[in-house]
Ligand binder design. Structure first.
Ligand code: F6R
Length: 363
């Protein structure tokens, strides 16, 4: 049931401190080390990962690419399942194929998994529904344990996919020794603290709800981010368009001047996802560019970022302090609430958006 919540989507957004905790408990041992469930993976065998998924699950994979490369030093290719399955990708023995899917039934992702199996590549499925076809057919099955997701727009499954992938990347880093132990320990600690950090982020709900009144009249909304916030910008745009039906696009902030800036006119909402990190100044210069063209800038940042860039923004959402390693999960909470409240202001059917199905079992 929805309990006291108006929609399943809102309930599932607010469940995330618990569901992320469940995912972490699945993969972390009693010492808080991400070690459980990865025993069957022969890490020494794999030199490359191939991540394949659709929609929101694809964006989880796109964030994970940064994690695997930055903490485990392992190259990652990522593809949309409907492209992968038809373009004859080159797979070899030292490549591990990773499918990500909430339902475990998505037709294109399943076909991609079968393609990889047919090419004798090791397969792993990161799935929520434990009784699903992908869970059964992959060589290795990692359950994310987010519990049943009812809202058509994926929320808690996405953050659990991210939490599981973060554990996976850290487990892999043990074997590659690519990153120093101290950094890995810091990242691991930040992961274990995530349920609390997410709870803290959920307290921004009322502020975000109010701010969405301004968004609900927009014709078009842009999300900008760099590094791991780039795939989160894509996920933010997807979430907004699927439930509010407002046209939205996510862009890598650095791509702006290569075309999309032509679309910015006075009043266009631009949502900038940027915590204070080594790339912050670059994103701020993109913020300045859109602001100079009259864009209405909403900045999602942390305290340090707000200090630097608040003046250029119409509204600032200040997220709790956290390690940049886990920050995509925290930014996600804010963009989920944004999409939700904008849709509610517009009166759409949030849990059952038009033309969409929870599980896409036909291609
Ligand atoms: C968006 C959404 C979809 C799914 C996609 C893949 O909110 O829910 O984009 O993420 O259809 O579904 P699964 O994860 O079941 O393979």
């Amino acid at each position: 049931t929805k309990g006291n919540y108006r929609h399943f989507m809102l309930k599932e957004i607010f469940e995330q401190p618990i569901t992320i905790g469940q995912t972490l408990a699945t993969f972390m041992d009693e010492f808080g080390k991400p070690a459980n469930g990865f025993e069957d993976i022969d890490f020494s065998k794999y030199k490359r990962l191939f991540i394949v998924a659709c929609g929101t699950a694809y964006y989880a994979g796109a964030v994970a690419k940064y994690w695997f490369e930055q903490v485990a030093g392992i190259p990652v290719e990522i593809d949309i399942a409907s492209e992968f399955r038809y373009r004859q990708p080159i797979l070899d023995k030292d490549c591990l194929f990773v499918a990500i899917s909430q339902s475990g039934e998505t037709a294109d992702t399943l076909a991609a998994l079968r393609y990889a199996k047919a090419h004798n590549v090791g397969t792993l499925a990161l799935v929520n529904v434990t009784t699903s076809t992908m869970a059964r057919e992959a060589d290795i099955f990692l359950p994310i344990n987010a519990g049943p997701e009812i809202g058509v727009a994926s929320t808690k499954a996405f953050t659990s996919q991210l939490a599981a992938l973060a554990c996976f990347a850290l487990a892999m880093s043990e074997h590659t020794s690519f990153k120093d132990k101290e950094t890995i320990m810091r990242f691991t600690k930040a992961l274990t603290e995530l349920p609390d950090t997410v709870s803290e982020t959920l307290r921004l709900d009322a502020q975000i709800e109010k701010l969405c009144l301004g968004l609900s009249s927009a014709k078009s909304v842009f999300y900008l981010g760099r590094d791991m916030n780039f795939p989160i910008a894509l996920e933010a745009a997807l979430k907004l368009k699927e439930i509010s039906y407002i046209h939205a696009e996510g862009y890598a902030a650095g791509e702006l001047k290569h075309g999309p800036i032509a679309l910015i006119e006075p009043g266009t909402p631009v949502i900038v996802l940027a915590a204070q990190d080594p790339l912050f100044d670059k994103t701020v210069s993109n913020l300045r560019e859109v602001s100079a063209r009259g864009a209405k800038v909403y900045l999602i940042t942390d305290k340090a970022g707000a200090k630097i860039a608040s003046e250029m923004a119409e509204e600032v959402i200040i997220l709790p302090e956290c390690e940049s390693f886990v920050s995509p999960l925290i930014v996600t909470i804010a963009i989920q609430l944004m999409a939700y409240h904008t849709a509610v202001h517009l009166g759409t059917d949030v849990d059952q958006p038009r033309n969409l199905a929870k599980s896409v079992t036909v291609e």
